[in-house]
Design a protein around this ligand. Structure first.
Ligand SMILES: [Zn+2]
Length: 241
């Protein structure tokens, strides 16, 4: 304990960024480089500061808080019914990997009684999906979940490589985006899945909101932040918060 003229140094009394006196950028900068204790367990070192709450938390407490928040959303929004078959849209990216992990963990911990299955779409773009499909196959083994890969070739009779040969590179993203969403729905119907979950992060949602705002698309603006959507023939989708 360091004392200056009988009083404890404020540095030692600081437990969180909010305790830094004043709004001095230099002190905040220095604080950002100081090891901080987790505001939740108060024993381990904080590993990150959550933008959502402003709390500095350790890895373990962050995982716990994140899982409990997802569980709370699932329960309060009544996203699932016991016995349902739930497809997880698995791209091999970070968002869908987190989604697969958290649903597997919560389904076991809280006995949702769900039958989970990973669904991946293979667009048939040489060199593009190969790595991410390998990641999905690793997820399948790690989380012990069944995996179904639905390919454009299987669903539509052609691959994106063949589309590009016809329409050129210019408009192929439009084709691909529409077909990809539909492929997930068709795959789900083939598998008799009740609901599909897709993982999204806050940046994705912010981008969608901004895009619909700039377009002046009020209907989409209202829909795009809803956590579930329902298509006429397709199974309803549940998005992870
Ligand atoms: Zn902690």
């Amino acid at each position: 304990m360091t004392h200056f003229g009988g009083t404890t140094s404020w540095v030692e009394s600081v437990k969180s960024p909010e305790d830094v006196p004043g709004d001095n950028l230099l002190t905040r900068f220095l604080f950002a480089r100081m090891p901080v204790n987790c505001s939740s367990c108060e024993t381990r070192r904080a590993a990150l500061r959550r933008p959502k709450t402003g709390h500095s938390v350790c890895k373990e407490c962050f995982f716990h808080a994140f899982e409990e928040e997802v569980h709370h959303t699932i329960v309060s929004a009544k996203l699932f019914q016991p016995g349902e078959k739930v497809g997880i849209g698995a791209s091999g990216g970070k968002d869908s990997t987190v989604l697969a992990h958290v649903l597997k963990v919560l389904n076991g911990r809280y006995n949702y009684g769900l039958e989970l299955i990973l669904i991946s779409v293979d667009e048939g773009i040489s060199g593009y999906r190969d790595d991410s499909l390998e990641t999905v196959k690793r997820n399948q083994l790690q989380y012990e979940l069944p995996l179904k890969i639905v390919s454009y070739r299987e669903l539509y009779g052609w691959s994106m490589d063949q589309i590009v040969q016809q329409v050129g590179l210019k408009n192929n993203c439009t084709f691909c985006g529409v077909f990809r969403r539909q492929a997930l729905d068709r795959g789900a119907i083939m598998l008799g899945v009740n609901k599909i979950c897709t993982g999204h992060n806050a940046d994705d949602i912010a981008e969608t909101v901004l895009m619909n705002f700039l377009r002046g698309d009020i209907a989409r603006l209202r829909r795009c932040t809803a956590i579930t959507t329902r298509a006429a023939k397709a199974p309803s989708r549940a998005a992870s918060p």
